[in-house]
Design a protein around this ligand. Structure first.
Ligand SMILES: Cc1cc2nc3c(=O)[nH]c(=O)nc-3n(C[C@H](O)[C@H](O)[C@H](O)COP(=O)(O)O)c2cc1C
Length: 381
């Protein structure tokens, strides 16, 4: 092993479990599920192939906890026992290759979709703040009622329990990117004056209640993490100071790890943030700030596809693990190649904007795959 990469290959403690290394497949909506929300064979092969390539932990793309919280036309649902067979097969195939298997759970909130066809159900948000959903299409969400808030909390708990029954090691609660939980965190999006808004404590309450419900329904052995918006990157939104203030509460509430990521879909369109995803190590300042605030396990992410740069983050002690999204889509053998000391063989992901983002609605394709995988529409076994 190349000594400089060694920090990547130390075992990682995640709650009650131990991953074989510190490479985490970061959630990435590749959308190979079917339009009814069930797991498919391409999806199973996609994730299992990344485990086979050596990643220690696989966190799936965001799976919706109910229909109101679904966004993408091919997004998987974790809402009832009918979803168990596919989820069970998915967990087993990931684990067969030696990785821990986690599901990211989301309620899309005001981004509910599928964007192109979504009209029937109420688009739920803390407050009816209008926004541009897709270029040129402005929508105004409905203010979520207290009953709907309670239903959403219940849905997260039920989904986590289903994941546990399916054999997953844990879940990653999505409180970032502008989805429902992060909308509640944001003073710009959450203008409520009841117990779910107003003060800092009011705005963080939903994330804490979801975490509590997930823990209550799954027990202490189940790994539970939070994908936390570290900074909304808007003038009037949630700031890194808020993130630093909040992260100890997540630890107290029993989270096993935090996965900080900045920005929302909208703030990414603001001039200073355009091209953020293309900047190497763009999440690292926030990760270092979180490190000052908590001793809990932190997963760093964002432009860390160079193994030497990734290892240096761990060496500095700023984070405990490295989350890779596009690098593992492009090359599922990233981990194996780094372990073998052949980083020059890693297929990299230079396109900006990424082709995977532009092809998400029908199943993400990477421009840098071998031709047969591009033709197939996914790179599995
Ligand atoms: C096509 C695409 C889909 C994504 N889907 C998700 C998702 O479902 N959940 C999530 O938390 N982040 C998602 N992300 C963000 C990634 O997890 C990650 O934060 C981002 O790509 C930066 O990491 P990277 O440089 O390793 O790709 C997505 C990113 C891309 C490009």
């Amino acid at each position: 092993m190349t000594p400089v990469y060694e920090p990547l290959f130390a075992p990682l403690r995640l709650g009650s479990r131990t991953a074989r290394n510190r490479i985490v497949h970061a959630p990435m909506s590749v959308c190979y599920g079917d339009t009814d929300g069930f797991v498919t064979r391409p999806q199973i092969e996609h994730y299992a192939r990344r485990a086979q390539g050596g990643a220690g932990t696989i966190i799936t793309e965001n799976f919706a906890v109910n229909v109101a919280g679904r966004q993408m036309p091919r997004q998987t649902l974790v809402a009832g026992p009918e979803h168990l067979p596919g989820l069970t097969e998915l967990a087993a195939e990931i684990k067969r290759h030696g990785a821990l298997a986690l599901v990211q759970l989301v309620h899309a909130g005001r981004y509910a979709g599928p964007w192109d066809v979504y009209e029937q159900a109420r688009r739920l948000a803390p407050s009816p703040v209008s926004f541009e959903l897709t270029p040129g299409r402005v929508v105004t969400p409905a203010e979520i009622t207290t009953t709907e808030i309670e239903e959403s909390i219940e849905a997260f708990g039920r989904a986590a329990e289903l994941c546990q029954q399916a054999g997953f090691d844990g879940v990653d609660i999505h409180a970032a990117q502008g989805f429902l939980l992060s909308e509640f965190l944001s003073p710009a999006m959450n203008r409520r004056t009841d117990d779910w808004g107003g003060s800092f404590d009011g705005r963080v309450r939903l994330t804490l209640e979801v975490l509590r419900e997930v823990r209550r329904r799954t027990g202490p052995e189940f790994v539970v993490g939070v994908h936390l918006m570290s900074d909304e990157l808007t003038a009037d939104g949630w700031t890194i100071k808020d993130g630093v203030r909040f992260v100890p509460s997540i630890a107290e509430e029993g989270a096993d790890f935090v996965f900080p990521i900045p920005a929302t879909f909208e703030s990414l369109r603001l001039p200073p943030n355009v091209g953020l995803y293309g900047r190497p190590g763009y999440g690292l300042a926030d990760v270092a700030a979180f490190r000052q605030a908590t001793g809990m396990t932190i997963i760093a992410n964002g432009g860390l596809g160079d193994p030497a740069a990734a290892a240096a983050v761990l060496e500095r002690g700023d984070a405990d693990a490295i989350g890779l999204a596009r690098p593992l889509l492009t090359d599922p053998d990233w981990t194996a190649k780094a372990a073998a000391g052949t980083p020059e063989e890693i297929r990299t992901c230079p396109c900006d904007p990424p082709q995977c983002l532009r092809t998400q609605l029908t199943g993400a394709v990477c421009a840098h795959w071998p031709a047969e995988a591009v033709a197939q529409g996914y790179l599995g076994y």
